[in-house]
Design a binder for this molecule. Structure first.
Ligand code: SAH
Length: 210
């Protein structure tokens, strides 16, 4: 199947999720997902499914990535923090929608592979690091937007502290293998509004480095 057809198929899955924001659709169109999955899964790169990557992790299914990005209400002047770089696919898409994205991954190997992809695609507004997302990125805080790609039993206080006033965080909450819910937090002054979005299944946000 040609790349154009593949991309069109991917965009259709995202539209089916109810995402019609042209900027978001264009960002997905611009990032070739096959570069973010292992070669053995190249054939499935544009299917709406999660794909295994190194270190026993997965790249989330594109429609879920799109749902999360849409829920994040990201703007082009915003500074974004992402926890769980993984393959870097979501990072790459987000980089086209914000001013700068800071991404933390606990596996050095995944982070290094992701950086190679960012360089190959000439994505210059991404800062990434190998580290523990539970500790946030204090030197760069506050952030207008925070997106977490692994599930927590409870929201890390440091990430709430990292949110700018008016900021939004999208984060899956719940134990692994059990029902998890994707939440959206909005910071208004000293208050946090929380909204349940959808049920999800994520791997856990693991404490510490491997
Ligand atoms: N959004 C990614 C998929 C993320 S999978 C993509 O598009 O490919 C979740 C990632 O979170 C995994 O790579 C895992 O290693 C990472 N992770 C888990 N616990 C972490 C922690 N404490 N700090 C940083 N990254 C963590």
């Amino acid at each position: 199947m040609s790349k154009i057809t593949d991309t069109a198929r991917l965009l259709l899955s995202i539209r089916k999720e109810g995402i019609t924001d042209q900027k978001i659709l264009s960002a997905f169109e611009a990032i070739p997902r096959h570069l973010f999955v292992p070669k053995v899964f190249s054939d499935q790169a544009y299917d709406d499914i999660p794909v295994p990557i190194a270190c026993d992790q997965t790249v989330s299914q594109p429609s879920l990535v799109a749902f999360m990005i849409n829920a994040l209400e990201v703007g082009e002047r915003m500074k974004v923090l992402e926890i769980g770089t993984g393959s870097g696919y979501q990072t790459a898409v987000l980089s086209l929608l914000c001013r700068r994205i800071y991404s933390i991954e606990r596996h050095r190997l995944l982070e290094l592979d992701a950086v190679k992809r960012f360089t190959a695609l000439d994505l210059a507004n991404i800062s990434s690091t190998t580290g523990d997302g539970w500790l946030g990125w204090p030197k760069q805080a506050p952030f207008s937007r925070i997106i977490v790609s692994a599930a927590v039993a409870q929201v890390p206080q440091i990430l709430l502290d990292h949110m700018a006033d008016g900021g939004i965080m999208v984060i899956p909450i719940g134990e692994t293998g059990k029902d998890q819910v994707l939440y959206r937090f909005r910071k208004c002054g000293n208050e946090f509004e929380q909204e349940r979005l959808i049920q999800v299944h994520f791997l856990p946000l693991v404490l510490g480095l491997p």
